[in-house]
Design a protein around this ligand. Structure first.
Ligand code: ADP
Ligand code: MG
Length: 286
């Protein structure tokens, strides 16, 4: 391998807004057979909005937003935006706790309150009417969180994020190249599957806790090397564990540090361009 060719390759890609960190990355790209995508903020815009509130709107928003003040999750941002528009007064939260991949909880007025998915509920049950609503909203590709206080469910909030305009083309380009595409997410199967269908992703791996994302590569690696595309929110370990980590430029600092390739322009179609360019450069210096 001549360093000059490497420099040329990476120099040209840098102009395209594609940063390739080193020669090892170039080499690994050559054997990539599967591209795994994070969902929120990578395939989707990452700016979810509240679409439905089932139950006493003001009370639900007040409890949920008060709890979410301390969270940086995109779902928390959606709930806080909705509360701001409804001009909700925030309440004090004691003993705040974020439960990875599940939600948040804390004490409000001396009572335990929570907002999160059904995994956070433990032994609290939804009424059959709320279960029916929950299912219905989920079928509409919405992420549904349950809001509760003092061991009682007080209502549901449905939140929706939409695919980026470029996601479908980005996935199609990779499939044209004969690569398998996979979505890896902590969200539920139904939401994940409906977004995957919309953009043409081949396989969905849902309900994966952030800490388990990196472990899911092993099975996929049986078919060749695996590239992972993410924004670093919850997925920095996956970015550094994949054979090729591809970080979105809009992502967190950790993402940019963890990725072997950085897509500066934050355009998902650059995944295909990055793979094509790396392959070309690698073949030239081989
Ligand atoms: P993703 O893979 O889409 O980034 P996460 O692992 O961050 O998903 O979250 C998985 C699920 O956990 C969410 O879909 C939601 O149901 C629940 N969750 C996580 N954090 C929060 C929060 N702050 N508020 C409400 N629900 C949450
Ligand atoms: Mg994410």
């Amino acid at each position: 391998a001549t360093p000059t060719a490497l420099m040329v390759g990476t120099g040209r890609s840098a102009k395209m807004g594609i940063l390739i960190k080193n020669g090892q990355v170039l080499e690994a790209v050559n054997d990539v057979k599967t591209v795994v995508f994070d969902k929120t903020g990578t395939i989707t815009v990452g700016q979810p909005r509240v679409t439905n509130i089932i139950g006493d709107r003001e009370k639900i928003l007040q409890i949920a937003a008060s709890l979410e003040q301390a969270s940086e999750h995109p779902l928390a941002v959606a709930i806080l935006n909705e509360a701001k528009q409804t001009q909700i007064d925030m309440m004090n939260v004691d003993r705040f706790e974020a439960v990875e991949g599940k939600g948040v909880r804390g004490e409000i007025n001396g009572q335990m309150a929570f907002v999160g998915n059904d995994k956070l509920l433990e032994n609290i049950r939804l009424t059959s009417e709320l279960s029916r609503q929950f299912e219905k909203l989920q079928q509409q590709a919405k992420t549904v969180v349950v809001v509760g206080q003092a061991d009682q469910v007080i209502g549901l909030i449905a939140i929706q994020d939409t695919p980026k305009k470029t996601s479908q083309a980005a996935v199609a380009a990779l499939k044209n190249r004969g690569l398998k595409t996979v979505m890896l997410t902590g969200d539920n199967e139904q939401v994940a599957q409906s977004i995957a269908n919309e953009v043409g992703i081949d396989q969905v791996i849902a309900n994966v806790l952030p800490k388990d994302k990196a472990n899911r590569f092993k099975a996929l690696q049986a078919g060749g090397k695996v590239a992972f595309v993410g924004d670093g929110i919850n997925d920095a370990p996956a970015l550094s564990t994949a054979d090729v980590g591809i970080a979105m430029g809009s992502g967190t600092d950790i993402a940019i540090e963890s990725g072997g390739i950085v897509l500066v322009k934050n355009d998902l179609r650059d995944v295909d361009r990055a793979l094509a360019l790396s392959q070309k450069t690698f073949n030239r210096i081989k």
